[in-house]
Design a protein around this ligand. Structure first.
Ligand SMILES: *[C@@H]1O[C@H](CO)[C@@H](O)[C@H](O)[C@H]1NC(C)=O
Ligand SMILES: [Cu+2]
Length: 232
């Protein structure tokens, strides 16, 4: 019995990875994977990125994009996790404006081009932080979503979804980052100046407190890594 349950746990752990391969625009889900989402290197393994200094932190990209989804500023953009966000941790959404003259399918988002558009961070309960869904609102969800800021200028963007899995992150390098980039065309935007702008790699260090988790003693504070969310 004991051996069996250990084996089951091992299998469950191995299968617990995921990928973000489809988007949902205003409640309408893409039917096919890797349509507006650039296909990632983990499209078969579902494994996360663990080296925050790797260029894989940008889009974890295996091949260029194939199409661009249109969405209005202020509307809701979702990402579907296949098959779910099965590890606890924060989920964050970054956006990078594609230069007018660039081809969105092949543009490489290097340098300080990313601003944080939204995050689904930890919620501190009466007992502090736990490793369960009471603390992590995105945990075990099949879809995570955010609102395109109303004030972003119209135009082409890459939207980078990132789920930071903390279950093995008791030491630097243990966090697993599940990410992908969607290609979108924002219409009806405003005249804001999104920022601060950061680079991937560069925005995170492996010993960032937000990339480390302690089961015991449990953390008394937690903030997801990276810059503040753009205030719009
Ligand atoms: C984005 O939308 C604008 C306004 O509808 C359109 O003119 C432009 O061609 C679109 N660009 C892409 C890349 O879809
Ligand atoms: Cu996993």
């Amino acid at each position: 019995m004991h051996l069996l349950s250990s084996l089951w746990l091992l299998a469950a752990t191995a299968e617990a990875h995921y990928r973000f391969s489809r988007i949902v625009v205003n409640g309408v889900a893409e039917t096919k994977e890797w349509t507006a989402v650039r296909q990632t290197k983990n499209y078969q393994s579902n494994a996360g990125v663990t080296d925050v200094n790797s260029p894989d932190m940008r889009c974890f990209q295996m091949r260029p994009g194939t199409s661009t989804a249109t969405i209005a500023a202020g509307e809701t953009l979702g990402f579907i996790a296949a098959s779910s966000v099965s590890h606890f941790g924060p989920v964050q959404f970054y956006m990078a404006k594609v230069p007018e003259s660039a081809d969105i399918n092949t543009w490489e988002p290097a340098g300080n081009v990313w601003f944080k558009a939204a995050k689904i961070d930890a919620v501190k309960g009466a007992g502090g932080y736990t490793s369960g869904p009471d603390t992590w609102p995105a945990y075990q969800k099949q879809q995570v979503e955010f609102q395109i800021p109303k004030n972003v200028p119209s135009g082409k963007y890459l939207v980078r979804v990132e789920s930071i899995a903390l279950h093995q992150a008791s030491n630097p390098g243990g966090a697993q980052i599940y990410l992908s980039c969607a290609q979108i065309n924002v219409t009806g935007g405003g005249n804001g100046t999104p920022g601060p702008l950061v680079a991937f790699p560069g925005a995170y260090k492996s010993n960032d407190p937000g990339l480390i988790w302690s089961y015991y003693p449990v953390k008394t504070s937690y903030t997801a890594p990276g810059p503040a969310v753009w205030s719009g």
